[in-house]
Design a protein around this ligand. Structure first.
Ligand code: DAH
Length: 354
């Protein structure tokens, strides 16, 4: 009997135990599932088997392959959650025991972070756009190169309304509308630079780390000759301002149907400066913001010629950013209406009128 698939499964399980950081996952995936990885070299060994053995062995290799794919996907989710939690735990925490004073009004922490990021981008020539919370399948998915039945939809468990509309699952849903709004101006030589913050909704089971209602901030820039260097420059500038120190960023490949190439942007760990510590799981990096170069199909859907113009897009998780910024460990605080917790982020200049 051809034992190798079972052996591979065992070796993979041992190897999996050595994976502690998100940044190791890609290496693991290439090692096992890549073109020259263990699974494909096992497939090649099939050639040397007799036709009777080949079928059964091929089936077992496929089973092991599916097991490896599924396990890697689960590990990715697990490590993402862990890294996020570490980051939140390490931030300066707000004080749950502070007394509450009803005389002073306060801004919501999301509002504070949103305004801060808006100020940074407007100083770099970006406009701030508004977009509705209710939209439709076309804007939320199809215009973003996500046709019906595309597996990317599984990542966003959507609230559909009876009116053929839906609650937007990500701020990317506004891309088509904003690109259309400015496309004539683009033809007149003005680059499109826009950010659009907004509330998003997904059918998530609520716990300390998950909410069905959360905030994102999308950003796009489109012009002639926009490249990945522009994307890196804007992201680095914005993050350095938000965290009040010079941050080092890196890009890793990431898949989103509406960008090509797509990336996960990491920042060098702000706590250890990249040396490796418990907050970054010794990797020296923290995953922060997905982004990429806008897919030609997305530009075409908005009536912009992809041969002539290119652009970048990013989707910043504002809720997550606020958690990191203020050390808010439980995501439920944001929508709790609990003034005792929320009033700690008060802008003291606002005093409730008598
Ligand atoms: N819309 C994506 C989400 O919520 C995030 C995202 C990824 C936005 C890549 C982007 C991007 O603009 O380029 O899952």
């Amino acid at each position: 009997m051809f034992e190798k698939p079972d052996e591979l499964r065992e070796i993979f399980q041992k190897r999996l135990e050595t994976i502690a950081a998100l940044s190791d996952i890609e290496e693991l995936r290439i090692e096992y599932l890549g073109k020259k990885g263990y699974v494909s070299s096992l497939m090649q060994e099939l050639r040397s088997l007799s036709p009777e053995d080949k079928k059964a062995a091929g089936q077992r290799i496929n089973e092991v392959k599916q097991f490896i794919e599924g396990t890697i996907a689960d590990k990715l989710v697990e490590l993402k959650a862990k890294e996020e939690q570490k980051l939140i735990d390490s931030a300066e925490s707000y004080d749950e025991s502070m007394p509450f004073s009803a005389d002073i009004g306060s801004y919501h922490p999301i509002t504070l972070v949103r305004r801060e990021v808006e100020d940074i981008f407007t100083s770099m020539g970006f406009t701030v756009e508004d977009y509705s919370e209710i939209t439709d399948d076309y804007n939320c998915f199809e215009a973003l190169n996500i046709p019906p039945h595309h597996p990317a939809r599984d990542m966003q468990d959507t609230y559909y309304l009876s009116s053929d509309q839906l609650l937007k699952t990500h701020t990317s849903a506004a891309q088509n509308t904003i690109l259309r709004k400015y496309k004539d101006s683009l033809e007149n030589g003005n680059p499109i630079r826009a950010i659009f913050p907004g509330r998003c909704f997904r059918n998530e089971k609520i716990d300390a780390c998950h909410e069905n209602t959360f905030f994102q901030m999308e950003g796009i820039m489109v012009d002639k000759d926009i490249s990945i260097s522009n994307l890196i420059y804007f992201m680095k500038t914005m993050l350095s301002e938000v965290f009040q120190k010079d941050v080092t960023v890196r890009l890793r490949p990431g898949f989103f149907p509406f960008v090509e190439p797509g990336f996960e942007l990491d920042i060098q760990c702000l706590i250890c400066g990249g040396e490796g510590c418990s907050s970054c799981k010794d990797s020296g990096w923290l995953e922060l913001c997905p982004c990429g170069m806008i897919h030609p199909n997305v530009l075409t859907a908005a009536g912009i010629d992809p041969e002539k113009y290119t652009g970048f897009a990013f989707g910043l998780g504002m809720t997550r950013l606020a958690m990191m910024r203020y050390g808010i460990k439980d995501i439920r605080v944001f929508n709790s209406g609990d003034l005792k917790a929320l009033s700690q982020f008060t802008d003291k200049s606002f005093v409730r009128p008598e």
